[in-house]
Design a protein around this ligand. Structure first.
Ligand SMILES: *Cc1c(COP(=O)(O)O)cnc(C)c1O
Length: 395
């Protein structure tokens, strides 16, 4: 039942991100079910390497669980997914002036267009690619970040309709992004929805037949009336709930594990780690864990964090260093090689990414997205263990 417990590799990890692919599938099935209830399809957002979980693996899992589109920020991210064999409908929305639209069009990646300049880049790319470009026109309905301002919208729609009539592009969608969907009832949500309706209607009036998409995770969970034709959940795919106080059976997919590398007994009065910010009040057992801020443990958690070790949460004492933390285990029996959980889904009472985020004044998006680093091992539950050449595939 508990996949985390039954899928441990025998060799204790130094720093490991474990990704529960089943949890991702179940989260996507839940989201796609909500969308289907409104007649909408689901685009799983896997930008930033799948919020740290691995874009290709998450995309494959999401597509197997009811998503029919994959969304990423950049052309490069989209092309990497194509190279990895992801063949679904795919959309990217954040471009530099140098981005390779021709390769994107040739690879069948839909492009967002926020301005006449981006539209002409897309039209030029069509000549190079020898294939029609699928375009999603982005209206800025009030996030005031990317997108076309309402005042410039009629001209952009008209130019896009001309390019479509010329056979260069197809306007596949009109879309926008919400500013405050994680605060249900925030007045900006309805204001943005009204502007979105108006913008989509203008496109229809210009003879276009676009899909409409607006909802991120929060709106997918709380605003079925804003699902339109397609929803774009990101964070909820990974099992993190963006709406405070909303009860929804999502399961966090990421667990951050390490193991005890050294156990020592320390007498009373010994000060621990850089700056000597903590001193043993009595004789105690200290466990050294070989992860630090280079592995994504925020140094700002120094003196304020716990890890799950030998059956319960225990305080990390002294400073979080680049590569190491020290755990106070009192008089309990702990052993070198014991598993340490830095954060996980929380079922055993271990800390969660949300707890870290709250403690350092950020959101869990930033915690999980920042976790994957070059010296981190990332494992998918069900994968063979590293070095285990006898593992059989169970698929
Ligand atoms: C990141 C992103 C999403 C997903 O947002 P979540 O809050 O993670 O669900 C959807 N659309 C756009 C344009 C995004 O940038």
């Amino acid at each position: 039942m508990d996949a985390v417990m039954t899928n441990q590799c025998p060799s204790p990890p130094r720093a490991e991100i474990q990704v529960d692919v089943d949890a991702i599938r179940r989260n996507v099935a839940l989201l796609a079910g909500l969308a289907a209830g409104s007649g909408a399809q689901t685009m799983a957002v896997v930008k930033a390497d799948g919020y740290g979980h691995g874009a290709t693996e998450v995309a494959a899992a999401a597509l197997s669980a009811g998503a029919s589109w994959i969304g990423v920020a950049s052309v490069d991210e989209a092309l990497a997914l194509r190279a990895a064999g992801i063949k679904s409908k795919m959309f990217c929305w954040l471009h530099t002036v140098a981005d390779d639209f021709a390769s994107a069009v040739a690879a069948g990646v839909d492009l967002s267009v926020s301005s006449p300049r981006q539209l002409s880049s897309a039209v030029s790319a069509v000549r190079a690619a020898g294939r029609e470009a699928m375009i999603h026109l982005k209206i800025d309905t009030g996030l005031t970040r990317n997108g076309c301002l309402p005042a410039d919208w009629p001209a952009l729609v008209e130019a896009a309709a001309r390019a479509q009539a010329d056979g260069a592009i197809e306007v596949a969608a009109v879309w926008s992004h919400l500013a405050c969907a994680d605060q249900p009832g925030h007045p900006s949500i309805d204001r943005q929805a009204t502007r979105f309706d108006e913008a989509a209607k203008m496109a229809v009036d210009a003879g276009l037949q676009p899909l409409r998409h607006l909802a991120n995770s929060a709106a997918t969970l709380t605003r079925p009336d804003l699902h339109f034709d397609l929803v774009r959940p990101g964070i909820a795919v990974y099992g993190l709930n963006p709406v405070a106080g909303l009860s929804v059976p999502l399961r966090p997919a990421m667990t951050f594990r390490s193991s005890v590398s050294l156990v020592r007994r320390a007498p009373a009065g010994e000060s621990v780690s850089y700056g000597h910010t903590w001193t043993t009040p009595a004789e105690t057992t200290l466990a050294l864990v070989p992860v630090g801020y280079a592995d994504g443990v925020p140094r700002a958690l120094s003196g304020r964090m716990r890890v799950w070790l030998a059956g319960r949460n225990r305080p990390v004492v002294g400073r979080v260093c680049m590569d190491q933390i020290v755990v106070d285990c009192g008089d309990d029996q702990v052993h070198e090689g014991d598993e340490v959980i830095l954060f996980g889904p929380g079922d055993r009472g271990e800390p969660t990414a949300r707890e870290w985020a709250d403690a350092v004044g950020t959101i869990d998006y930033e915690i999980v997205t920042g976790m994957y680093r070059p010296r981190m091992r990332r494992r998918y539950l069900g994968d063979p263990c590293p070095g285990d050449t006898h593992a059989e595939s169970d698929s």
